[in-house]
Design a binder for this molecule. Structure first.
Ligand SMILES: [Zn+2]
Ligand SMILES: [Zn+2]
Length: 152
């Protein structure tokens, strides 16, 4: 069993996650914590499959179905979100700090970047009237530098 490295920021986020569960009356099970932790620790916007591989290596009793359901629960709780526009399997992100994404259409890598200007996108008036906007994001798509090299 590989011990997950202790990262003070991650520990703090796990604590917030526990609080959030309590607030909504959700049981803080070791499985839920392990799934959240695995998502926090992976910086590559993993799919449910990938989170499942990580978690099942330390917790063999966990099922892919549980991982799938838990990831969706995390998104509902607001401690993680589904990365938009991936077109294929859902990819998740537990980094709630302001950041934007670039997705490579070839290797499917999702890279984080941060540009201040994109943090506070003004909600258009017509949306304000009709809807409640919870989140907005800026998303770029194309070829990453590695794939671009291969192309040429
Ligand atoms: Zn690529
Ligand atoms: Zn991200």
């Amino acid at each position: 069993m590989t011990e997950i490295m202790s990262d003070p920021k991650a520990d703090e986020m796990v604590e917030q996650f526990r609080q959030r569960c309590k607030e909504v009356g959700l049981k803080v099970t070791p499985q839920r914590v392990a799934i959240y932790r695995a998502l926090l620790d992976s910086k590559d916007h993993p799919s449910a499959e990938s989170v499942y591989r990580t978690v099942s290596s330390v917790m063999p009793s966990v099922s892919l179905d549980t991982v799938n359901r838990t990831l969706l629960t995390l998104a509902e709780l607001g401690v993680a979100f589904v990365v938009e526009g991936t077109g294929d399997v859902r990819r998740y992100d537990a980094v709630l700090d302001n950041h934007q994404h670039f997705r490579c259409i070839k290797c499917k890598r999702i890279l984080d970047f941060h540009c201040d200007e994109f943090d506070n996108i003004e909600t258009p008036e017509f949306l304000k009237d009709k809807c409640t906007v919870l989140r907005s994001s800026v998303y770029f798509e194309g070829l990453c530098s590695d794939c671009q090299e291969q192309e040429s």
